[in-house]
Design a protein around this ligand. Structure first.
Ligand code: PEP
Length: 251
């Protein structure tokens, strides 16, 4: 089954609002050069309103870097799905390795965030990935299976378009080390079979599974040629307009 590719940029804690507007304008221009693929950017919250204005009517999707599960409440430092939707946001990254490993987010919290996002009509980009120690100990697939099953516990999907999964090996994020296309395809195929076990096969076939971890102009083409790689979640290279343009325009 052919899934629409999704090229997503995670801007992390970079860019002031004017810088973000400039970058967003360049991304919109680049996205206009290609068709049949989705492009998403996730700026810091402080720049989302400014970026939303730039992206309106461009087709580029506005994403958030996280989302809380409640509609509102006493949750200092958090942001809710309705608040994000109000800004024109339609996707939210959930369970990014920096949230898991730097800020101590647990599978349970990630599960609630995914559930909340879907409930309010946001598409979660659910990130999973093993550490270097786990890979070297031969635990990669077990760790990923645990993360997928815990993250999706109790979550029903009417169709595969309601969620995106991102496989991001922790050892490849921001390190310049990329999983080879063969390593990535093997894991993506495993994740899809797991999704078919949790949901129906046709739903699993619709779910986009992105690869993330030092994606750059030099490796995007070969990664995108793999059957189960449906796009990329990009950090560092998404902050450089010309690099992200090359990624969006993969061949
Ligand atoms: C990320 O932050 O999701 C990421 C993949 O970063 P980088 O592309 O810099 O490795």
């Amino acid at each position: 089954m052919k899934r629409k590719p999704l090229l997503a940029g995670n801007w992390k804690m970079y860019t002031t609002a004017p810088e973000a507007q400039q970058l967003a304008a360049a991304v919109a221009k680049a996205a206009n050069k290609v068709s049949g693929r989705d492009v998403m950017v996730a700026p810091p919250y402080t720049a989302m309103a400014a970026v939303s204005t730039i992206l309106s009517d461009t087709g580029v999707i506005l994403g958030a870097q996280n989302v809380h599960w409640e509609e509102q409440g006493a949750f200092t430092g958090e942001i809710s799905a309705p608040m994000l939707k109000d800004l024109g946001c339609s996707m939210a990254i959930v369970g990014h390795s920096e949230r898991r490993h730097v800020f101590g987010e647990t599978d349970f919290m990630i599960n609630r965030r995914i559930s909340g996002a879907i409930q309010f009509g946001l598409i979660p980009v659910f990130c999973i990935g093993e550490t270097l120690e786990e890979r070297e100990a031969g635990q990669t697939l077990k760790v990923l299976e645990d993360q997928v099953r815990a993250g999706l516990a109790g979550i029903e999907l009417a169709d595969g378009g309601q969620i995106v999964v991102a496989y991001e090996p922790v050892w490849a994020i921001g390190t310049g080390k990329t999983a080879t296309e063969t390593q990535a395809q093997e894991v993506h195929s495993f994740i899809r079979s797991l999704l078919a076990d949790i949901y129906e096969k046709n739903i699993a076939a619709q779910i986009r599974i992105l690869y993330g971890g030092s994606v750059k102009p030099e490796n995007i083409d070969i990664l995108m040629q793999q059957d189960d790689i449906d796009g990329a979640l990009v950090g560092g290279a998404a902050l450089k307009a010309e690099m992200f343009e090359r990624i969006i325009c993969f061949q």
